[in-house]
Design a binder for this molecule. Structure first.
Ligand SMILES: [Zn+2]
Length: 232
């Protein structure tokens, strides 16, 4: 596995299913790019209405977390949890948002990851979101013949988080503390001891880091979307 060099881009867009997905999946990477001066944006597909607590709590927590990570804009497509598919409507909405934000990097869930060990089956919303993003960044977004009401844009790099087949890591040693703070800001979503949860997150990033000789890392499946600009 390789350590991904800092990608030379000015804008990043993370697209995830629910309000608290991005922080745990790639919060260290989002904080790192924000600290590098990149405009970091977050698009959430669903409201998180079927999670714990009240929607108003999640909205407050999301804004707290975005401040901690240095996220410039948080946007939502407003679907209800479990009530969207990777269909033409979703692909059109995603295409228009990506063209609006004009990111050099898109980060999304890896939709091919289904069974995590014997204890977790990846949520359908995560997989639907991941497939829809893959479908549009690989074709529609950069081709003006698709959804011609908005101007085409070329995304250079795709990072899939929550993957079972990582091919690179991002060094998040400098921003792991921000990631933990951001994840813990979702108080309504944490049922157990926050300290145990934070230790478990720390342990995961330290374990990934050990594989490449650094303190803390997040793992991704990287794809170059412009062949001339591949980073691994
Ligand atoms: Zn989720």
């Amino acid at each position: 596995m390789e350590i991904l060099n800092d990608l030379k881009i000015s804008k990043l867009l993370a697209i995830f299913a629910h309000p608290d997905d991005a922080e745990a999946a790639c919060g260290g990477t989002l904080a790192k790019y924000s600290a590098l001066g990149v405009e970091v944006n977050l698009l959430i597909v669903a409201l998180g209405d079927k999670g714990r607590g009240e929607l108003s709590d999640r909205e407050f927590e999301l804004n707290q977390s975005a401040k901690i990570l240095g996220i410039s804009n948080v946007d939502s497509l407003g679907y209800k949890d479990g009530e969207f598919d990777n269909d033409l409507t979703l692909r059109k909405k995603l295409t228009e948002k990506i063209r609006l934000f004009k990111p050099g990097i898109v980060i999304c869930p890896d939709p091919t990851a289904v069974f995590f060990s014997h204890s977790y089956i990846n949520h359908r919303d995560h997989r639907q979101t991941g497939w829809a993003v893959l479908d549009v960044v690989s074709s529609a977004v950069s081709n003006e013949k698709y959804f011609s009401t908005s101007v085409a844009h070329e995304v250079s790099h795709l990072l899939c988080a929550g993957t079972l087949e990582p091919n690179c890591v991002v060094d998040v040693t400098e921003t792991i503390d921000k990631k933990i703070q951001a994840v813990l800001s979702y108080k309504s979503q944490i049922s157990g001891d926050p300290e145990k949860f934070s230790n478990s997150l720390m342990g995961t990033s330290a374990g990934i880091g050990r594989q490449v000789g650094i303190s803390h890392a997040e793992a991704f499946r990287y794809s170059s979307l412009s062949n001339s600009d591949s980073q691994i």
